[in-house]
Design a protein around this ligand. Structure first.
Ligand code: DC
Length: 227
């Protein structure tokens, strides 16, 4: 019996690392829902879409085709936007600076959520994001809400980005994270919330292996319960 596992939480909490590991252990599909909002943002920026104008948003969304493609080198799924692999580009600081604003748009959310729900129809999926346990899969069998100390999150994110962006300062990373947390939690449509039935996983003092062991135990309990 396959289940749906949702992983939500603030930016740079280690959600995607956990989701990817869990999916691998269970032989489930892993979907990074944030990558979809990032790809839409990249399209808007490149095509100078004025996203404050609803008609422009509609027109742009009609031109956007998103799918995930397995990358045999990394063993992970890459985000493909209109036949272009944009996996690296969507991690850019410029995209990070605008993605929360784009993700707050009602039409963008409806477009993304509909596709995410389709991907979960057969279950056997781990999806991470902000509203997966509350809006995308409100009936998921296991909902995990990941948290970590803000200073630890800034440190982790900085380490991740500095390799590709040597001029980056820790202050810039801190400001971007704070702003995204604020925008993601205070938007009108599907704000970041811990679902009432989600289990919280604070990984501030956990290694990746300890975090995975905890989540895997929860997943196996749920799977067994369902027979
Ligand atoms: O997980 P991430 O940092 O790649 O997500 C990028 C942005 O997308 C994040 O600032 C909030 C938004 N997002 C969202 O609103 N809902 C989701 N399910 C996933 C991401």
């Amino acid at each position: 019996m396959s289940i749906i596992i949702t992983i939500d939480g603030y930016s740079s909490c280690g959600k995607s690392t956990l989701a990817r590991q869990l999916a691998r252990e269970l032989n489930y599909l892993y979907i990074d829902s944030g990558a979809m909002y990032r790809a839409i943002t990249l399209y808007f920026l490149r095509n100078h879409v004025d996203w404050s104008v609803v008609a422009e948003v509609h027109k742009a969304l009609d031109e956007i085709n998103l799918h995930f493609e397995y990358n045999s080198h990394t063993g992970q799924s890459d985000m493909v936007l209109n036949d272009e692999n944009v996996e690296a580009l969507i991690r850019d600081m410029l995209v990070s600076e605008h993605v929360s604003e784009v993700a707050a748009i009602k039409e963008v959310r409806e477009f993304s959520v509909a596709q995410q729900q389709k991907m979960g129809e057969k279950k056997g999926i781990v999806m991470d994001g902000r509203d997966i346990g509350t809006t995308v899969f409100p009936h998921a069998e296991l909902k995990i809400f990941v948290t970590a100390d803000p200073a630890v999150r800034v440190e982790r994110r900085f380490k991740e980005l500095i390799e590709r962006n040597p001029n980056l300062t820790i202050e810039e990373v801190k400001n971007n994270l704070e702003l995204r947390d604020y925008t993601d939690s205070n938007r009108e449509f599907s704000p970041l919330r811990k679902a009432a039935d989600a289990v919280e996983l604070d990984n501030t003092h956990l290694t990746r292996e300890q975090q995975l062991a905890t989540a895997l135990k929860w997943a196996q309990e749920r799977i067994q319960k369902l027979g």
